[in-house]
Design a protein around this ligand. Structure first.
Ligand code: BG6
Ligand code: MG
Length: 214
């Protein structure tokens, strides 16, 4: 009965999570704040502007709208610099084999990412041709854990949410999938992805036909 797989991008298909972390850390230093890995976990899946708001909250820093706007641009410029040399070698292990399996099994494949840079990354890594549909940060107004990004994915594929399976590395993303009445497969550690229907550490050696049985 399941017809489509909806993939988050950062941290699921490619390891851009490390570049987002680096860019936010660099920015935080400007107002004397040292972002931790635990805090970064809470930024995964969260939009650029909401991430900045969270960091400023943690830092107890009151910024003006002008400052915020400038920092958002600066963070993204830094991030774009960090990903400028990305190439297919940065696709996470097992991902291509998994995509081939689900394509052979007849599943539709869509992207459901909060990132406004998703298409650049798909182009640089050569992942673009795998996707029937791309929903990214430019096409949604609500950030995960709101289900909008995945609901738009299901709608765009002409499918009901109940027939979609979401792959996510972020707590907010798993919550978004569940709020959208979809199955959620967490990629990573059980502690952070407790709400997922299934959890795998990565895609290495994963048998799609078994994993997608619910
Ligand atoms: C998500 C990342 O995929 O996209 C977040 O997990 C990031 O860390 C968000 O902030 C927005 O990305 P971008 O590329 O539009 O700044
Ligand atoms: Mg992610």
């Amino acid at each position: 009965m399941y017809k489509a797989c909806l993939f988050d991008l950062d941290g699921v298909l490619v390891d851009t999570a490390i570049y987002h972390f680096q860019a936010w850390k660099n920015l935080g230093k400007q107002f004397g704040y040292e972002l931790t890995e635990e805090q970064n976990e809470q930024l995964k899946g969260v939009s650029r502007v909401e991430s900045l708001n969270k960091i400023l909250d943690w830092a107890n820093y009151l910024a003006t709208q002008e400052q915020k706007a400038a920092w958002l641009i600066e963070k993204n410029e830094d991030y774009l610099r960090l990903i400028s040399n990305m190439n297919p070698s940065e696709i996470l292990p097992g991902v291509l084999e998994f995509l081939q399996q689900i394509k052979d099994l007849g599943y539709k494949i869509a992207l459901g990412s909060a990132s406004k840079n998703a298409e650049i990354i798909l182009e640089k890594t050569g992942l673009m041709p795998w996707f029937d549909l791309i929903i990214d940060g430019n096409k949604v107004s609500k950030s995960k854990p709101d289900p909008e990004v995945f609901l738009k994915g299901a709608e765009g594929l002409g499918l009901s949410p109940e027939t979609c399976i979401v792959f996510e590395d972020a707590q907010a993303g798993v919550e978004a999938a569940k709020a959208g009445k979809m199955k959620a497969i967490g990629i990573g550690e059980a502690e952070t992805l407790a709400l997922a229907d299934k959890i795998i550490p990565n895609f290495i050696g994963v048998k799609a036909a078994e994993l997608l049985q619910f």
